[in-house]
Design a protein around this ligand. Sequence first.
Ligand code: CP
Length: 314
Amino acid sequence: MAFNHKHLIDITEYSDTDIMTILETAKAFSEVNERAIKKVPTLKGKTVVNMFNEPSTRTRSSFELAEKRLSADSLNFGGSSTSTVKGESLIDTVMTLNAYKIDMIIIRDKHAGAPYIVTQNSPAHVIDAGDGKHGHPTQALLDLYSIWERKGSFDGLKVGIVGDIGHSRVCGSLIPALKIMGAEVTVVAPGTLLPARPDVLGADHVSYSLDDVLPELDVVYMLRIQRERLEGAPFPSLREYHELFGLTKKRERLMKPDAIICHPGPINRGVEFDSYMADHPERSVILDQVYAGICVRMAALYLLLGGADNGLSA
Ligand code: CP
């Protein structure tokens, strides 16, 4: 099995075969996560730095768990606890880490392009754990895994991504990933939450009405309104947004009987959906996505760090 990637930053550098390799490897690691003793020696002796310069619950905890379950050594690091608050630059920080002979840097940062800068200043493998509004490739991969588990295939699958498209780094990776795998993608949002040029997103369709598109969708992927990236109050207001774009019990009648609901988290109940839909026992796969996060991140660590036939890290 050839897997000739050094970094996981730009999902468009990955083919459908590469993505299926990650999903199938994640499926194999799912078995490890079901065991009583959830640990294998696969990455013993490898050192992985988790550099989180922005808050995270799911991405950070699942990367750390994935590393521990593969027996890698983890160094958790970043944000206001580092010497960046004393003026040290990202590049000098990375050069300091290089001196420890680390194998991988996983970085979350508010600046789009930060993971790429790390690749230019370190011999280590780099995974983008979310950079500004740009990308979040492991989120896209765990989303694909969760959809694949429920739907079996991506071919012709109709996926609607609903909400704050303009500020979403998830969209930056998820839309191209879904297109690579053969799905049909519609973005659904008020104009104020779309980028100025929605066509650059690469989606097949743009819609301004959830009610219009809901009956067609196999997967309804809801997004949080990223108030931390908005200047001023959201428009429409959160109440109006919930009225027009919230996935509510009342709207369920418009959905296909087997349509599923995804969300990358964190969720805002009462805004992008009500609790009935967020916790829907048949439709909501939100906690399956969280679980998929460990399996997919184990697969990415294993494949990038030379677990397979990866000559790059031999
Ligand atoms: N989906 C996601 O990236 O969640 P966290 O911000 O909690 O990591």
